[in-house]
Design a protein around this ligand. Sequence first.
Ligand code: SAM
Length: 268
Amino acid sequence: MTGTEPAVPRIDTSRPHPARVYDWFLGGKDNYPVDEELGRQIAAMQGDAPRHARANRRFMERATRTVVHETGIRQFLDIGSGIPTEPNLHQIAQAVVPDARVVYVDNDPIVLAHAAALLRGTPEGVTEYLQADAREPERILERAASVLDFDQPVALSLIALLHFIADDDGAPELVDTLVGALAPGSCLVLSAMTADFDPENVGRGIAAYRASGVTLVARSHAEMGRFLKGLELLEPGIVSLSDWRTSADEHDAKEEPVSLYGAVGFKR
Ligand SMILES: C[S@@+](CC[C@H](N)C(=O)[O-])C[C@H]1O[C@@H](n2cnc3c(N)ncnc32)[C@H](O)[C@@H]1O
């Protein structure tokens, strides 16, 4: 483990937390009654929320495989990594590139509590975890530099993270700071919630989160594009996750669009 965090993380089980609600959607066991309660409320109001969580996880898998197979990138910075769910990003990357170096970052202490399991990567590679807030990107870059060489390309993953951070809470600036620190050849793998396809359902989900004190923002195609400005987008560009490199026979491709946009953009 890296950094200066307390040895015993403080876990607040009196309020729901996005990482644990997401874990509940994925069928995991690392959540508390408050998380399950909010998960059930959201699923009742927005019936396809668990489907969205599973589709988002599959996007992470497809996008990470695309990056490792189609580029020479061997370094990964995954911010908003979530509670470990197999296959984890480091397992996907190190299966192809055993010496891949991976830094996970999340602000939830329960993720830190599970880091022991997460840290079991290949002997040749490095798998580290930082507890830090995405709204402090300089701090993340400074600490991640003990593992990653920022003079070489890095795949930066912000997967299902930015909808928890409003623009006036620094979302555009944190993306600019992180992407600005990356070497040419690096990429940004992004997914975030949108109301473009199903505004009513997504609006109900947002209301349920907000009623529990959790910020959730949906972004339009144009707003997603601003996060990726100046980057060269991989085909098919910014699309619903169900359309991002799913083969025609895949489950996701046959269903209604998932209400998250996904994209991979390269810094040239
Ligand atoms: C929906 S989960 C996504 C997990 C994983 N990236 C995935 O796509 O499967 C969002 C994660 O972002 C984390 N998160 C939310 N706000 C954050 C912040 N300001 N800084 C760091 N992590 C944050 C949550 O704790 C949670 O683990």
